[in-house]
Each structure stands twice: as C-alpha cells, then as structure tokens.
Design a protein around this ligand. Structure first.
Ligand code: SDX
Length: 374
C-alpha cells in the first residue's frame, strides 16, 4: 500500500485523453489544443471537442447546434419548481434541484450507452444556462426570458439573464468564460463526478455529484467569494490595507493559489486581459484597479516575501469580469458550472467507456479490540 497523500496531492488516479495541465509551465490543453487557441472558437465547438474527442466538421457542428437549440428551453413544470425554490439560495442549489427533477423525466435515465449519454449530455449543456437565468429572473419577480436560437451560448445566457441582447464584447467575454471554465483535468468536482460514474450510476447523478462539489469555496465557490471580497472593499485605495489585514490574520485570499499551478494559471492571465477590456468598455476601472491592488499586495507579501506561488487562479479575474457583466454574486458558481458541465460530461463518458470502480483505501488510526460491556 502507498503512503497517505493528504488531499490526494500529486496522486495519479487515472489516465485521460481529455485535458493536460503542466503546473510548472502554466500550460493547459483540451484534447491537445492550447487554451489560448481554444478561446478563438465557440463554446459549442469546444464542448463537441471535449465530448467527441475532435472538433466538429460543418455537418457535425450544424447537427450539434440544432440539437442544442432544440433542448435549450425549459417547460412549465421546471418553471413552477423554480417558483417554489427558496430565493435566498445560490444558483448552484437551484441547478442541483432542477437537474435532479429533470432526471426523473428522462426515459433513458439509467441507460449508460454512449448514444443515450450523448443525448443526455447535449440536453444538459443546453439547459444549464436557461435554468440559471430563469432562477434569477423568477427570484427577482421578473418575467422569464426564453432562449433565442439565433444567439451563441454566451450571448443567449446574458440575453435570458438580463432581457436584452448583450454588447458584442460582453457576449465574447461570456463565451470565453464558458470555454475556459469547461475543463480542468481531475479537479475535485470532476473527480467526484467520475467516482459516481465509476459505480455505473446514471450520468445525471454524476453531474449532481459534480454540482455539490463545485459549490465549495475552496473550489468553484471561490468565484462567489471573490465577488463578495470586491464588494467589501470601498475603493481601490483601500484594497492594499484590506489584503494586508487578511494576510496578517493568515486568512486565504479567495481567487488565489492552486493545487497544480505553481506559476501563473494561464486562465487567470486570459481573464485578466478580458477584465481590463470590459473595464475600459464600461469606462470604469474601479473593480479592475481594486483587483490589481489585491494582486500586487499578494505578490509582494506572499510570492516575493514568503516565496510561495500564490497567483490569481481561474476565479479571481472571473469574479472581476462578472462584476462588470453585472452577474449577481449568488449566480457566480452556477455560471462557472454552465461551462464546466461540458468537462464533467466528457469525463463521465470517458469513465463509462473504460470503467473500473474508483475505491481507494484509508489508513485506520483508531483503536482495536474494544469489547462491549456485558
Ligand atoms: C478552482 O483543481 C482545480 O483544477 C480547481 C480549478 C478548476 O478549474 O477546477 O482550478 C478551480 O477551484 C480554483 C481554486 C479556487 N479556490 C480558491 O481560490 C480558494 C483559495 N485558494 C486556496 O484555499 C488554495 O490555494 C487551494 C485550495 C486552491 C489549493 O490548496 P492546497 O493545494 O491544498 O494548498 P494549501 O492549502 O496546502 O496551501 C499551501 C500554502 C499554505 O501555506 P503554509 O501553510 O504552507 O504556510 O499556500 C498557502 C497556504 O496558507 N496558500 C494561500 C492561499 N492558497 C494557499 N495563502 C493565502 N491565500 C491563498 N489563497
């Protein structure tokens, strides 16, 4: 038996062809294509790449596009269910509830064949944005906006969320967010989904495992925590003091650090560029300047002084972008999930395709041979 690796750090649990991370060089590829190349595509093309293993040709893209649009809308039962949700919950909690309900309505629920799982995967990718947007509109007592088949995944989400078409730069940023958030090897929520799939449970159950795991603030919940942190800092001028105070209390700076990257997270670098673009478009540098001050303070006080590789991860500038896109903080992690659903599904399909039950051991350190009192 191997030695205990707390948090399974550095443990290679399985082999995958879906994505590759080089944490030392700050490199990320999906199916061998660098993330800096992938952001030039659409989220539908990248979802196809992740699930089918190749970029779609024109016919495949049109077919995938049509299937996606045929499945985007949600029916009245789902809307009624959303109306009885507690409105103080996060988008993640609403998603988890609705996906659970949708599983009851799927006649292929327990069919783990490739054909059935591809059909369910398309349905889930299509519906995540609509569920999140509808939950928000209903919780704000606003009319639900139904999907617009002419819009891209990113543009359509913002349209359903706000009730009007986004500017091109906003649509591009949302599309890029979904592409970048889609996949990241064996992160906690993807691992959780694969463990569930490895028992041959259904793919809805595996996705619900992923949703419950992504919500945590050490994982996708950091996006919400970053937005809350930005809201707590009155102005960019007070960001350094705020950050120094957190560091002095030995508190984690949310949106920083990573289990795998020991240099800049390449996704954080892309989001930082998008954040300054949207800030300039909005003619308001507030959130960006505040974020920059936080980053500079962490760099000086932790990276340089303590020699620890605590750089902005995927969630830090994502939170800044969401402030400019006026995405409510309680939706932040569910917006992350709108991208990540594609990666979860690809990993579940890969797991079903070459499965062995995932069941590690634990080292028992308790007492032995305790006898019951007569
Ligand atoms: C995501 O795995 C993935 O791929 C995840 C993800 C994906 O795409 O799926 O990339 C998405 O979840 C990104 C991470 C989002 N989480 C946060 O931003 C929360 C804040 N970050 C941390 O809590 C932390 O960095 C983790 C959880 C992300 C990683 O933690 P590790 O690998 O367990 O590292 P650790 O807790 O052992 O910390 C090592 C050292 C510690 O110092 P010492 O105790 O050795 O003195 O680094 C310090 C930590 O105190 N440290 C931080 C810090 N993160 C680590 N110090 C200040 N602020 C931080 N954010």
């Amino acid at each position: 038996m191997t030695d205990v690796q707390k948090g399974l750090e550095k443990v290679i649990a399985l082999e995958t062809k879906i994505s590759y991370i080089d944490g030392e060089r700050g490199l990320l590829e999906y199916r061998g294509i660098n993330i800096n190349e992938l952001v030039k595509l659409t989220f539908l093309e990248v979802s196809h790449l992740l699930i089918f293993g190749h970029l779609p040709n024109n016919d495949e893209l049109e077919d995938f596009f049509n299937q996606m649009h045929d499945n985007r809308d949600i029916d009245d039962e789902v809307l009624n269910l959303l109306k009885i949700c507690n409105f103080n919950i996060e988008g993640m909690d609403a998603l988890r509830t609705i996906i659970s309900y949708l599983s009851h309505c799927d006649q292929d629920l327990n069919d783990n064949s490739m054909t059935a799982n591809i059909r369910k995967a398309t349905k889930l990718i299509a519906k995540f944005p609509t569920i999140v947007a509808a939950f928000h509109r209903i919780s704000e007592l606003e009319d639900v906006i139904h999907p617009d088949p002419s819009l891209s995944h990113g543009a359509n989400f913002l349209y359903m969320l706000k009730g009007f078409r986004p500017k091109d730069i906003e649509a591009r940023i949302m599309e890029t967010d979904f592409i970048i958030s889609a996949e990241h090897e064996l992160n906690a929520s993807t691992f959780s989904a694969r463990v569930t799939a490895s028992t041959t449970s259904d793919i809805y159950s595996a996705i619900i495992s992923g949703l419950g795991t992504l919500k945590g603030r050490l994982h996708g919940g950091a996006r919400l925590a970053v937005m809350e942190m930005l809201d707590e800092i009155p102005s960019p001028d007070e960001a350094e003091k705020y950050t120094l105070d957190l560091i002095s209390k030995k508190q984690r700076i949310m949106g920083f650090g990573h289990r795998v990257y020991k240099t800049h997270d390449p996704r954080g670098l892309i989001f930082k560029k998008l954040a300054i673009q949207i800030a300039k478009e909005n003619k308001d540098m507030t959130w960006y300047d505040t974020a920059q001050k936080i980053e500079n303070t962490v760099f000086q006080e932790i990276v340089e002084k303590k020699n620890k590789p605590i750089y902005p991860n995927v969630d830090f500038y994502a939170g800044v972008m969401y402030k400019y896109l006026e995405i409510p903080p309680l939706l932040a992690t569910s917006v992350f999930a709108i991208g990540r659903i594609a990666g979860w599904l690809a990993h579940c399909i890969e797991q079903y395709g070459d499965n062995r039950l995932i069941r590690p051991r634990a080292r028992y350190i308790g007492e032995h041979e305790i006898h019951l009192r007569k």
